[in-house]
Write a protein that binds this ligand. Sequence first.
Ligand SMILES: [Zn+2]
Length: 101
Amino acid sequence: MIGLLIYGGVFAAAAAAVYILILEIGGLGTPPSWTRDLIAGGLAVAVLGWAMQWIARRFQKVFHRRCIQCGREAIKGSIYCGPHLREVTILERERAELDRL
Ligand SMILES: [Zn+2]
């Protein structure tokens, strides 16, 4: 849903920018003021979407007890469920051992 917000905003801004370009290349006069509003609005919506996504991710790390890989209930104080936490721990241990070599 947030992704839709971002794409919608970027798309609106891009569409307005293309419209302005066409007008200026075609020598059809100055673009109407709403095109600039649309670009500004579209970018604002996209930035808002990015910010919301960032906050949602932070939120999930701090409060949400769901595994970020599979969505199952996560272990307290962790962002992973049991099986994924084990997986990640093993991977990290292997990486640490590789670093030592
Ligand atoms: Zn999981």
